[in-house]
Ligand binder design. Structure first.
Ligand code: WTA
Length: 643
């Protein structure tokens, strides 16, 4: 791209040159009826049998493409929308290992197809059947995608667990799904060191139903293999055939379960349906990243999170796109590793998170030494992007020539819900944009009344929602109904985000209205951390809140009450270690404060809101509802003095 974007007022618009070639360039697409829009998209994918009805609604449940029969792997491979012959020998994925000395792996669509089929056959031989759950605990290596696709091929439901999650976090998820087969690796590289993943898996399966473990040999580190339980991936797939019949899946059969944090301590398993998810992944990837045949797409998200599922696997594959997956950290071994990687492969689209952008700014500043000639679209996800990060990203990475599309969505929505389209715009700093075509959202006050521009309120999604919206919380219909469909009735999906719109309808996300915090873009809830801390013998009670952090966006801190005869430093170390052990390094506490009492309501509920305000310096408001208002001043002093 050689032409700068056009600035009008406070927003940018795509150049005429970009517009000319973009898939979507005309705002009339926003006027299309949602059902017509999504049906048109669905027709581009493969169906064994066409749907009877596009959408049916029995609040709070709904279906898309009713009675349609499909398999997402057929739409990716032999029935790809571009035609299999066109993509067969095209590169599907480029795997960049952490070490600069190691060779990348480059896998074509045809090679990937064969690998998926071989592993699908191996899974079948292990007794995995349609509808069975399979756990995947893998780092960013091609086998993670191959394993997901192999499950989808035979109709098994994959449940991916982030590889940096602790054994306890893994166990919780495996217990909930009652998975019998777990796929993991011997290890992977993190900052030059080997992480022994198999050891974590061995610990994590204790007390679960896991009977068989498949191990990918990645780091060749020393591991223990148990006879008749543990098998190497290469041994299982070596002699398998290159073809496995795709399972015929109903559009509403489950494709995967993905755990995410909500307002309580226990993570919930969001469930995705085969048909709707595929349609949403395909259409959003195609139009938001304007995917063309010669694009090289790079999403930095790990496969353990929803962005990794939809945009580091299914979305680009359904579009026959070449994409990059990266094992390491974008800033290692040099802070500009990510920039080197863009140039190395000539990436054309770069999708990352504000937390990464803030780190790039801090460690690199100006990027004049990089031309980034290949880039045409840059994009952000996961948390609100502030004005200075937006401008830096736009100028230093996009060089003022790339469309900057912020994308808002959630694990629950399966794919992007709000954004600016790259060929239409506008791109306005801090604003996420408009609802994607076919999606209706609103901002409501607490009584459910639609709010005018500039008024902050609850962001909701209105019927017919979107094909990728979750179909339930695994084995917990009550939680599904309560979390998403109780605030404004069973026909309005409650996002738990606060937002407002400007006069043109562009939406700006303010943040979560529940106890979810976004730490470096990772979704955690304060309750999960408190549950971990409260397990310690020495701790009587705890409260965790997120406070602003210059790089991570938010970082958790803990307030603890303890009657143990231990020093402050010993308690702090114990609590910090416990959180890392129970959840993982992503949840690391920024600070631990020892207090005598926590602010509580008369019914005993801890008022985290008050703790948050003590940090932000906001007015504490009316404290008369507190049972122990005096605790507040004591905590204020401790925050000031205790390091
Ligand atoms: C937040 C990530 C502002 C939001 C795909 C949402 C964002 C939560 C944005 C979901 C964005 C995501 N701007 N905030 N562009 N994207 N969020 O489930 O609070 O990990 O509810 O899904 O992240 O996080 P999750």
């Amino acid at each position: 791209m050689s032409v700068k974007l056009v600035k009008k007022g406070d927003s940018y618009f795509p150049s005429a040159e970009f517009k000319k070639k973009a898939w979507l360039k005309d705002a009339s697409v926003y006027k299309e009826s949602p059902l017509k829009f999504w049906e048109k998209q669905a027709k581009k994918l493969f169906w064994f049998k066409k749907w009877r009805k596009v959408f049916s609604h029995q609040p709070p449940y709904f279906k898309w493409f009713v009675n349609g029969k499909t398999n997402i792997t057929s739409s990716i491979f032999e029935e790809n929308a571009l035609g299999f012959s066109r993509i067969k020998n095209k590169v599907a994925l480029i795997w960049e290992p952490e070490s600069l000395e190691e060779k990348p792996r480059i896998i074509t669509y045809y090679e990937l197809f064969k690998k998926v089929n071989r592993f699908a056959n191996a899974l079948k031989k292990m007794g995995v059947k349609k509808g069975d759950k399979v756990g995947i605990y893998l780092p960013m290596i091609p086998e993670a995608m191959i394993a997901m696709l192999a499950c989808a091929r035979i109709g098994a439901i994959h449940a991916v667990v982030f590889s940096a999650f602790s054994p306890t976090a893994l166990k919780l998820r495996l217990q909930d799904t009652q998975t019998k087969v777990l796929i993991t690796a011997d290890g992977y590289f993190r900052k030059g060191k080997v992480i022994n993943l198999k050891q974590n898996a061995d610990k994590g399966i204790k007390g679960t139903n896991v009977k068989k473990i498949v191990v990918v040999e990645r780091a060749k580190n020393q591991i223990s293999m148990k006879k008749n339980r543990d098998y190497f991936w290469h041994d299982l797939t070596e002699k398998e055939s290159d073809f496995c019949q795709p399972a015929i899946m109903d559009a509403e059969d489950l494709l995967f379960i993905l755990y995410t944090s909500g307002s309580t301590g226990r993570p919930k398993g969001t469930v995705q349906a085969c048909g709707g998810y595929a349609v949403q992944a395909y259409a959003t990837a195609k139009y938001i990243f304007d995917l063309k045949e010669d694009d090289i797409f790079w999403s930095t998200a790990d496969v353990g999170w929803v962005t990794g599922h939809t945009y580091s696997c299914y979305g680009p594959l359904l579009n026959g796109t070449t994409f990059i997956i990266f094992e390491g950290l974008p800033s290692w071994p040099q802070p500009d590793r990510w920039a080197q990687t863009i140039e190395k492969y000539g990436a054309t689209i770069f999708y990352t998170a504000p937390t990464a952008i803030r780190m790039f700014i801090k460690t690199l500043g100006s990027l004049s030494r990089y031309k980034f000639d290949s880039l045409r679209i840059i994009s952000s996800v996961g948390e609100p992007i502030d004005d200075s990060s937006w401008n830096w990203f736009f100028k230093e990475v996009g060089k003022g020539k790339c469309s900057l599309v912020d994308t808002w969505w959630q694990t629950e929505t399966g794919g992007i819900i709000m954004t600016s389209l790259p060929g239409i715009g506008p791109f306005k700093p801090c604003f996420t944009g408009l609802p994607f075509p076919g999606v209706k959202v609103d901002i409501l006050n607490d009584k459910g009344k639609s709010l005018p521009p500039d008024k902050e309120g609850n962001l909701v999604i209105l019927p017919p929602f979107n094909p990728g919206l979750l179909r339930g919380v695994y084995k917990n219909p009550k939680k599904y109904a309560q979390t998403y469909w109780s605030q404004f009735g069973p026909k309005v999906y409650f996002t738990s985000d606060t937002a407002y719109k400007d006069k043109k309808g562009l939406i700006r996300i303010v943040g979560r209205s529940d106890d979810v915090i976004k730490v470096a873009g990772h979704r955690l809830t304060t309750g999960e951390l408190e549950d971990a801390i409260n397990q310690l013998k020495n701790i009587t009670e705890s409260a965790v809140i997120g406070i602003p952090d210059k790089i991570k966006g938010e970082a958790p801190i803990a307030f603890i009450i303890s009657h143990a005869k231990k020093s402050l430093t010993a308690l702090q170390a114990e609590v910090s270690a416990q959180v890392r052990k129970e959840i993982g390094p992503i949840a690391s506490l920024k600070n631990v404060y020892l207090v005598a009492d926590l602010p509580k309501t008369r019914s005993g509920k801890i008022m985290r809101r008050i703790l948050r305000k003590l940090f932000s310096g906001e007015d504490l408001g009316d404290l008369s509802t507190l049972a122990n208002a005096e605790s507040v001043e004591a905590i204020r002093k401790i925050i000031k003095t205790q390091k």
